[in-house]
Design a protein around this ligand. Structure first.
Ligand SMILES: *Cc1c(COP(=O)(O)O)cnc(C)c1O
Length: 461
């Protein structure tokens, strides 16, 4: 299965306000990326032309969301906007309780602190950076349970976010169910290239874990995008809408962490959603320590209003057709130019296989980091590394983790760029591909202790 969108799509919106972009010269970019230590996270945004660093918090809000900001009820306690958010979570996702947090990792912190005891095992369908770190900080040990196909960038499996049930069973046998407080299951797995999990797999997983009394906590950051793939690819879902599929996914889990900066079409915010009253009470109590009172969780009232509206907008089928249609459009162009990309193309971006692209470099020469820097130098397009730098070091041995996937992520913000921007991006990457033999890799000269990919600095070899 390849890119399988055979109908045209167009944006289900028109543009009311524009943000002007800065153009730069090749000489300026060469200087700026050097000053940034060849880390695209350390560039100033004014030096970036098309910013595809992340789809996180970079969404364009609708006129309704902007209007919602004016309805901000900035009361310290019991803000009206909290109740709007709570209703949206209950109606759209089906969870009973919601604790707002400043963003997704705030929810991960609360969840990890309430559910994980030192020495616990937390299986997940591939790791996510902040998620795994919070699990580890709470004393837990992450274990990857994603299917092997997910680690192969060319395997065309339609649901590369699926869990290998044998891996789960092996962990339960080895450690015992009492050591596994929950499974952390991500929708459209970010680190695998935005790959979805199927409803069948989630149902099978639910059956298996219920047998042992193990919870499933969803990382629901991109649940609507996952639902779109289920509608496209999974037998029996063609005639359901995104909203129905999303609800079905959530119903198979006990709770969720959410970064509203992705699917929910806002610039900041997140929440923890739970069905169990006791766990909710514990987490709303911890919220007071780390985020703020449980009816604002580090957010302004107006932010909660924008999230409540964004959640509903994110479940529109037209929105999702255009959202993922744009990602597939870029993926298709790159594939036609023979640029090695992760297949099938995922939901929130196109991922370049930097190992194949820069096959003359060793992984310790940071091929993905190198490629992201070269793309910026070529055209001012900002992408990011998802490979050995992002994977960090083993907490015990201090050695690099050596992930199989060494990727550059071209992430597309929602409702922000046009198809013409995507053409420019594709042309630039094709140009870098033609010149690929010239690039010699990087050396890390500064390495921060936590989540090093954000702040590490490099120099050219
Ligand atoms: C972004 C993200 C998070 C963390 O959310 P933040 O809002 O950035 O703190 C967690 N999981 C996944 C899959 C994400 O993409």
């Amino acid at each position: 299965m390849e890119i399988n969108s055979n109908h045209s799509w167009a944006e289900p919106f028109k543009i009311k306000m524009v943000e002007l972009l800065n153009m730069t010269t090749p000489a300026q970019r060469k200087k700026k990326i050097k000053e940034a230590g060849y880390n695209t996270f350390l560039l100033r945004s004014r030096d970036v032309y098309i910013d595809l660093l992340t789809d996180s918090g970079t969404n364009a809000m609708s006129d309704r969301q902007w209007a919602g900001l004016m309805l901000g009820d900035e009361a310290y306690a019991g803000s009206e906007n909290f109740y709007h958010l709570e209703s949206a979570v209950r109606e759209c996702y089906g969870y009973k309780y919601v604790v707002p947090t400043h963003q997704g990792r705030g929810a991960e912190n609360l969840l990890s602190k309430i559910l994980i005891k030192p020495g616990d095992i937390i299986p997940g369908n591939m790791y996510f950076t902040t998620t795994r770190l919070h699990q580890e900080l709470a004393g837990g040990i992450f274990h990857d349970i994603i299917i092997d196909e997910a680690h192969d960038s060319q395997n065309p499996h339609p649901f590369k976010g699926n869990v290998d049930l044998n891996k789960v069973e092996a962990l339960i046998k080895k450690f015992g169910p009492e050591k596994i407080p929950y499974l952390c299951i991500a929708t459209t797995v970010n680190m695998a290239g935005g790959q979805p999990i199927s409803l069948k797999n989630l149902k099978d997983l639910r059956k298996l874990t219920q047998k042992y009394g193990i919870k499933i906590i969803l990382d629901m950051t991109r649940v609507a995008e996952n639902a779109w793939f289920i509608k496209q690819r999974e037998p029996g879902y063609k005639n359901k809408n995104i909203a129905q599929i999303v609800k079905e996914i959530c119903n198979l889990t006990d709770g969720a962490t959410m970064s509203a900066k992705k699917d929910a079409l806002v610039n900041i915010g997140g929440f923890l959603a739970l069905n169990d009253k006791k766990l909710y009470e514990e987490s709303s109590n911890l919220c007071v320590v780390y985020e703020g009172l449980h009816t604002y969780g580090g957010l302004a009232g107006r932010d909660m209003e924008a999230i409540a509206i964004g959640i509903r907008e994110s479940l529109s089928d037209d929105h999702m057709d255009a959202r993922i249609g744009q990602v597939l459009y870029l993926g298709n162009k790159l594939r036609k130019a023979n640029v090695p990309i992760v297949r099938p193309v995922g939901g929130h971006g196109v991922f370049i296989d930097a190992r194949k692209f820069l096959s003359h470099l060793k992984q310790t020469q940071f091929p993905a980091q190198t490629l992201a820097a070269e793309i910026y130098e070529d055209s001012g397009v900002r992408t990011m590394e998802r490979g050995i730098v992002s994977a960090g070091r083993d907490a015990e041995t201090g050695e690099h983790h050596y992930p199989k996937l060494e990727l550059v992520r071209i992430t597309i913000p929602r409702r922000v760029y046009t198809q013409a921007h995507m053409d420019v991006v594709a042309e630039s990457i094709e140009n870098v591909y033609r010149n690929r033999r010239k690039f010699k890799g990087l050396k890390m000269i500064y390495e921060p202790r936590y989540l090093r990919f954000f702040q590490a600095r490099f120099k050219k070899l």
